[in-house]
Design a protein around this ligand. Structure first.
Ligand code: CP3
Length: 341
């Protein structure tokens, strides 16, 4: 995979155009996703390798993107550790047994990577289907973001209980984060061993944190995970919402690529990062609701601004929303694939 457009850009090599993939590219904005989703629960889809492979392949076959991303969820690590996880339509993820006390943290198991074997099995099926066409990206949630779901018991607007634990009981928070980090490193190594060609760490809710708290409770665990990966030629992408602020610190964890949100000028951010760190991003996903003329203009504006910089992968600043018209996503991919620097 070292000659693929995606891998070249991830390792900061020059490419003739930016490679393209999109966070949440295998999801609800596609009719074909619903055809599968209407038959199975979300967790059944994740845990059945053939189905996870079918869903992973949807954007490969229908959008012709430059990298596939494993169909799974960041919360499977929390489930493997003992969280009682469910996904309900319109409600989102729930842990029925939130982790809030010392006893709750002690009860979480870390010798659990074998429970995630279904993910390794899915990766093997997907790689057979991809047959070397494009790279496959594996992923995991960052400890802080996974912790927030475990502590809150689900999605949260303000992360009140999570932050309260960081502030009032920092030692307990560190015990919890260290446990998640250990499982996450083992889990990503399982994915690497099963054959993924890149990994992305999702710290979706890091933007809720103050700089000092990000440094103490998120950044250091991501750095620990990256340093524990068994890899030579597999790029690591570090994603967080809040990267327009945190990226210079994220760079210290030594990822190959930093995925940038849409609040910052991407070319300017790239110049502020150390040599050899590529960037991914950073179109506002709402642009994909707009008229095609606007979609093309904004993509060209972004790419023109990145001209002359090696190490750039197109993506959205965050995931595709479920009601974005499929046709617009397809059009965006076509515009990107026609572009030349
Ligand atoms: O990107 C991809 O296409 C690969 C698959 C993927 C999913 N979740 C599938 C999914 C990935 C990479 C994720 C990561 C994930 N999961 C994140 C980090 C990425 C981000 O967007 O910040 C987070 C925070 C989660 C937790 C999670 N999973 C939430 C909050 C939800 C509900 C979201 C909602 O909008 O309802 C999920 C469910 C989920 N994960 C779905 C999919 C396709 C929807 C399931 C359904 O069909 O109802």
């Amino acid at each position: 995979m070292k000659d693929s457009l995606f891998t070249k850009a991830a390792f900061s090599e020059q490419t003739e155009r930016p490679p393209v993939w999109m966070m949440r590219q295998a999801g609800r904005f596609m009719k074909e996703y619903w055809d599968i989703k209407n038959k199975y629960s979300f967790l059944e889809m994740c845990k059945t390798p053939e189905i996870a492979a079918d869903v992973t392949m949807l954007p490969v076959d229908l959008l012709d993107i430059d990298a596939a991303i494993l169909f799974s969820d960041i919360l499977v690590t929390g489930e493997a550790m003992g969280g009682q996880l469910s996904f309900t339509q319109g409600v989102g993820p729930k842990f029925a047994n939130p982790v809030r006390t010392q006893a709750d943290v002690d009860a979480l198991d870390t010798d659990v990577v074998h429970k995630l074997q279904y993910v390794a099995d899915a990766i093997k099926v997907i790689q057979q289907r991809l047959n070397g066409k494009i790279p496959l990206i594996g992923f995991a949630g960052a400890p802080f973001t996974v912790m927030s779901y475990l502590v809150e018991g689900g999605s949260s607007r303000d992360f009140k209980l999570t932050k309260l634990m960081l502030h009032n009981e920092p030692e307990l928070a560190h015990q919890l984060l260290a446990k998640i980090a250990k499982v996450t490193a083992g889990y990503l190594n399982l994915q690497i061993e099963a054959g993924v060609n890149a990994v992305q760490i999702f710290d979706s809710w890091a933007q809720a944190l103050a700089w000092d708290d990000y440094k103490e409770f998120s950044h250091r665990y991501i750095a620990e995970i990256i340093s524990n990966l068994n890899r030579t030629d597999i790029p690591v992408i570090s994603f967080c919402k809040g990267s327009s602020v945190f990226a210079p610190l994220m760079a210290e964890a030594k990822p190959d690529v930093i995925s940038i949100d849409w609040n910052v000028d991407l070319a300017d951010m790239k110049k502020r990062l150390p040599q050899g760190i590529a960037v991914q991003g950073n179109l506002d996903p709402h642009i994909l609701y707009a008229d095609k003329k606007v979609i093309k203009e904004r993509i060209h504006r972004l790419f023109d601004s990145m001209r002359g910089q090696s190490g750039y992968i197109f993506n959205l600043g965050h995931g595709i929303m479920p009601d974005i018209p499929f046709d617009n996503v397809k059009y965006a991919v076509e515009v990107i694939k026609e572009y030349r620097y």
